[in-house]
Design a protein around this ligand. Structure first.
Ligand SMILES: NC(=O)c1ccc[n+]([C@@H]2O[C@H](COP(=O)([O-])OP(=O)(O)OC[C@H]3O[C@@H](n4cnc5c(N)ncnc54)[C@H](OP(=O)(O)O)[C@@H]3O)[C@@H](O)[C@H]2O)c1
Length: 260
């Protein structure tokens, strides 16, 4: 249970971040819902969280900009005075091959998807004191598996996981647990972009996970909530894969077994 805890979920207004924000609220945490462009979605999420009987606040900040991160933490300090859980979930990036990635695209994607974890964690721990804080980064299988067109995001996720491991060891003496959750494709707005491109034959299609369906936003949120619980205290610097078995069996499996 997370009763009395305060959580920040970046990109908590839509998709996987929203499911995480709601799951943490269901566990009793007050939640800061960070967003960038769509204020209305963030406000809707805040209202859904408040109906669960905990407090919530939407804060606009582009996590790719250090000054905006600073402003967000000033607001969190003013409103809540502390932070127990940081979920670095927000991500961005255009579909590109590595050979077509230019310095601007590199900086945009790496700043939002990987550097943000570092800057957020540096500020978050100041509000965590030695309160056994939790930090969870949201990654994807593209950090280690190649998917054409996913190069900028995949590279940023590999960097994110490396940042996460360094933070896990540096913050271990302060009883702050740092881990990542890595998912295969999920049918959010961003996920649908890639699923539609695959259906249109623009990129190779992925197999259905051996578990028989796509990973849902709740599948990811449940694992994040577990990593934020005391039951996960001895898990440090790990990337927990939530993919229905896809990464170890990247082929289609029929009801009868391995096929197609
Ligand atoms: N969907 C998948 O298939 C999948 C698979 C594996 C991992 N993931 C990871 O899961 C996380 C969430 O993905 P999703 O599919 O749920 O994404 P999504 O539906 O596109 O939602 C993205 C969220 O991030 C926010 N955001 C985007 N850029 C931001 C920025 N610069 N600063 C602050 N917030 C920003 C958005 O806010 P606004 O709407 O206000 O801009 C929105 O709340 C990402 O880290 C993604 O890489 C996704």
């Amino acid at each position: 249970m997370l009763k009395g805890k305060v959580a920040l979920v970046t990109g908590g207004s839509r998709g996987i971040g929203k499911a995480i924000a709601i799951k943490l609220a269901q566990e009793g945490a007050s939640v800061v819902v960070n967003f960038f462009r769509r204020r209305e979605a963030a406000q809707e999420t805040v209202q859904e969280i408040e109906k669960l009987g905990v407090s919530a606040q939407a804060i606009r900040a582009n996590v790719g900009e250090p000054e905006k991160i600073d402003e967000m933490f000033h607001t969190i300090a003013d409103s809540f005075g502390r932070l127990d859980i940081l979920v670095s979930n927000a991500a961005s990036g255009l579909p590109r091959q590595a050979m077509d990635l230019d310095p601007k695209g590199w900086a945009w994607t790496l700043d939002i998807n990987a550097r943000a974890l570092l800057l957020l964690a540096q500020r978050a721990v100041k509000l965590m004191d030695d309160r056994a804080g939790k930090i969870v980064a949201i990654s994807s299988l593209g950090s280690s598996i190649i998917w054409p067109g996913y190069a900028p995001i995949g590279i940023s996720k590999a960097t994110l996981e490396a940042v996460m491991r360094y933070l896990a060891i540096e913050l271990a003496p302060r009883d702050i647990c740092v881990n990542a959750v890595s998912a295969s494709i999920v049918a959010t707005d961003s996920g649908m972009f890639f699923l539609k491109a695959a259906q249109a034959g623009q990129i190779p299609a992925l197999p259905t996970p051996p578990a028989g369906r796509l990973v849902s936003v709740e599948d990811v949120a449940n694992v994040v909530a577990f990593l934020c619980s005391e039951a996960a205290f001895m898990i440090r610097g790990q990337t927990i894969v939530v993919d229905g078995g896809m990464s170890i069996a990247p082929f289609n499996i029929t009801k009868q077994g391995i096929g197609d």
